[in-house]
Write a protein that binds this ligand. Structure first.
Ligand code: BES
Ligand code: MN
Ligand code: ZN
Length: 497
């Protein structure tokens, strides 16, 4: 999809197949809607008096308005003006782009980004518009042969803006495009079935990105190399499956080369392409959704793609530890003790708490980059879903500055996180009589003890952990990956460059 600016002063003169304008409830018109209303001698206010109330998530298509050159006016409800916020704007843009596609038009013009909205800028709204539009065009097709809707013909969307502000909008569109592409890559990887999206497939996808973007260098370590690194905890999980594991290292180097004064930022993703639970096997219901247990890894690939597309002026490294968790004669057993890359030993009391086993070695590997900060992203615990539902990702960090920056990035991106505790008092729950730690901490505060486990591998640097178990995908009729937290991560990296 191509994004541009439309700087014709008189909105009524704009020729397009679909022109999107917002209205608030109680008949309050946005400035663009007002222009069209005046040009058409009250055609928009007339419908607002009768059938259309301007509620959020509603819309109306008007054709052939007198005095207006656009073929169709798509009136989009924005809800109450006093409650209008970034999320409502993004949803409205998504509705508009989605409608353009279903109306089978090839181009459209949106005026929504020009409407003031609290805690946003024109640039951030233009960014949100591009991301929302790209999101709306995502279709999972890879393994469907029937009943797939025809591919959307929508090719071009423009933002209506005055000429003096067009550059600001273009910057935002560029940013939003990179984020949207990253989000859709993460969604595709998440949605692909686990017999296709294997660790090898993730490795191949990373290599492809390395070919596509000059700034990205990609290395994929195979089992032998992972063994040479002594990643004993990761390997103990991988060994239960016939599917070979991979450890992916992606490096984005800015155009001018590495800067000497700024240490790299490192992302670490959990890449379980299927989590059956292993010997501590999961119940059958919804087990298919454990194909999404690689969404942390997918968000790392998606964010690295965005970083590369934006040519971010900051060194960023993406690490992914990927394998399957399966029951077999070579799988971990409850009671096994394994030695992690850090040298610390772990008593495995539940083979389904495998994410932390995979991540702890990746976190140790991250030390070699002497990073400014490391952020791991993982569908780590069902307990996090209990705590925060599907609204916020769980954020754990002892570094207040890092935590606040991530929370803020999430707010700005419309991809929010909520801070959870990470005090040493919880560490007690991980006590083991037979190893340095156990891999589970019992029922209470399950997402916190999981984070506490990881904390034991991060003493060399500033670190944060995002538990995305509740936010990475949707269940039920709308089952599908969300691409979260690619927007949060990209905004964070932008804020540090
Ligand atoms: N991948 C799961 C976490 C998960 C479960 C995410 C359901 C989303 C929905 C993880 O590997 C896991 O199984 N965690 C266990 C930990 C427990 C054994 C301490 C869990 O949450 O039940
Ligand atoms: Mn598990
Ligand atoms: Zn898992």
């Amino acid at each position: 999809m191509e994004f541009s600016t439309q700087t014709t002063t008189g909105l009524q003169q704009v020729r397009t197949a679909a022109l999107g304008v917002g209205v608030f409830t109680d008949g309050i018109l946005t400035p663009p809607a007002e222009i069209l209303d005046r040009a058409s001698e009250g055609a928009i206010s007339a419908v607002l008096k009768s059938e259309f109330k301007g509620k959020a998530n509603t819309h109306l298509v008007l054709r052939n308005l007198p005095g207006v050159k656009a073929e169709r006016i798509i009136v989009i409800g924005l809800g109450k003006q006093e409650a209008y916020k970034a999320a409502t704007h993004a949803a409205a843009e998504q509705t508009f782009a989605g409608l353009c596609a279903s109306l089978n038009v090839t181009e459209g013009v949106s005026t929504l980004a020009g409407v003031e909205c609290e805690n946003t800028s024109l640039r951030s709204r233009a960014s949100a518009m591009a991301t929302a539009a790209l999101r709306s065009q995502y279709r999972y097709e890879a393994t469907r042969t029937k009943d797939i809707e025809p591919a959307p013909r929508l090719k071009k969307l423009a933002v209506w803006v005055s000429r003096s502000k067009a550059d600001e909008v273009k910057e935002g569109l560029k940013e939003g495009t990179a984020i949207g592409n990253g989000v859709n890559l993460a969604r595709e990887l998440g949605d692909l079935p686990p017999n296709i999206c294997t660790p090898t497939y993730l490795g191949d996808t990373a290599k492809k990105l390395g070919k596509e973007f000059k700034s990205l260098k990609v290395e994929v370590l195979d089992r032998k190399k992972i063994e040479a690194e002594k990643m004993g905890a990761f390997l103990s999980v991988a060994n239960g499956s016939d599917e070979p594991p991979v450890f992916i290292v992606m490096r984005h180097t800015p155009k001018g080369g590495k800067s000497k004064d700024k240490a790299p930022l490192v992302l670490v993703g959990k890449g379980l392409t299927f989590d059956s639970g292993g010997i501590s096997i999961k119940p059958a219901a919804s087990m298919d959704e454990m194909k999404y247990d690689m969404c942390g890894a997918a968000s790392v690939l998606g964010t690295m793609r965005a970083v590369a597309e934006l040519e971010l002026d900051r060194e960023v490294i993406g690490l992914v530890a990927s394998c399957e968790n399966m029951p077999s004669g070579r799988a971990n057993k409850p009671g096994d003790v394994v030695t992690s890359m850090s040298g610390q030993t772990i008593e495995i009391l539940n083979t389904d708490a495998e994410g932390r086993l995979v991540l702890c070695d990746a976190l140790t590997y991250a030390e070699r980059f002497k990073p400014e900060a490391v952020i791991d992203i993982a569908t780590l615990t069902g307990a996090c879903v209990v705590a925060l539902g599907h609204v916020n990702s769980g954020l754990f960090s002892k570094d207040d500055k890092l935590a606040e920056d991530l929370l803020e990035a999430g707010r700005n991106a419309g991809d929010t996180a909520w801070r959870m505790p990470l005090e040493d008092a919880y560490q007690e729950q991980l006590r083991s009589n037979f190893a340095d730690m156990a891999n589970i901490g019992g029922m209470p505060a399950g997402s916190v003890t999981a984070a506490c486990f990881l904390a034991r591998y991060t003493s060399a640097y500033s670190w944060a952990h995002l538990d995305i178990a509740g936010t990475a995908w949707k269940s039920g009729k709308e089952k599908g990956a969300t691409g979260r937290p690619v927007p949060l991560l990209t905004h964070f990296l932008l804020s540090r460059s």
